[in-house]
Design a binder for this molecule. Sequence first.
Ligand code: KIV
Length: 314
Amino acid sequence: MSHKPAKRSLTDLYRMKQQAIPVAWVTAYDVPFAHAAERAGVDMILVGDSGGMVQLGHPTTNPVTMAEMITLASAARRGAPNTFLIGDMPQGSYEPSPRDAVVNAMRFVKEAGADAIKCEGGQRQLRQVKAMVDGGILVMGHLGLTPQSTASFGGYRVQGKSRESFERTLEDALALQSAGVFAILLEAMPEEPAAQIARQLRIPVYGIGAGGKLDGQLLIMHDLVGFYQPFRPWFAKCYLPQVARKFADYLDGAPDLKHLGRVERRDGLLVLVEMAVAEYVAEVRSGAFPGAEYSYPIKDSELAALRASEKWLG
Ligand code: KIV
């Protein structure tokens, strides 16, 4: 575990891409988890609208409001003042008009202290994305499985496996890049189509459940520490079993447990979460995560059909 010297800048993120250093980032929605993430050395924090599910108990991300997101993002910012922080535009906050998109994105920046925002969708949201970029806001695109529109996908389904889905995602990604997004997040795609899309872009492409050949990995904090009971995506890894022994050894090795608790307040959950996140960061950097175990497979026949697309290069 280490303290980060300074908040990542866009230049840092682009340099990391050039140097093939994978970016490790997590979601956080409150002070303690954001603080633990910052201490563990994550490169970025996403205040996702997943917070509506894992933190606020909604059954999906759809009911989440802008007001709830500002409360969550402000708390995360207070917990992690030195980490590049991205606010996630909730459903209904950007689709109605470019003006709505700019006004709500600005709320993340001005009220919550966010460095950037993320929104779902490709060509359908291009006017909104352009307006936010023109407004001076750093925008990250989100393609693949986009939870706000799961109804139109027929549920939480892996994307990019069919030729149509791959080509649409690639076209969306290229359009978002032209509109000026600084990066794209791909969710729930097999490694090969995700990597093919990343190869055709000059901006960083990060993944959550999209294989290991991208510029970085995102994980939902509550999956990382096993704190969400109703559901865990197949690609999510819980790091608690891996660090439980280390935490026990740390406590065993403390010369004065009372001092560790009462004076340093380093005898509990904060340290355990920090250890779990630090383990995740180390595995992302080394390439150990996600590996085949936490990546979606694709059949040879499906991959052959994708490779036959005229949009598949190389
Ligand atoms: O809300 C969120 O955390 C997200 C991730 C699932 C990508 O958008």
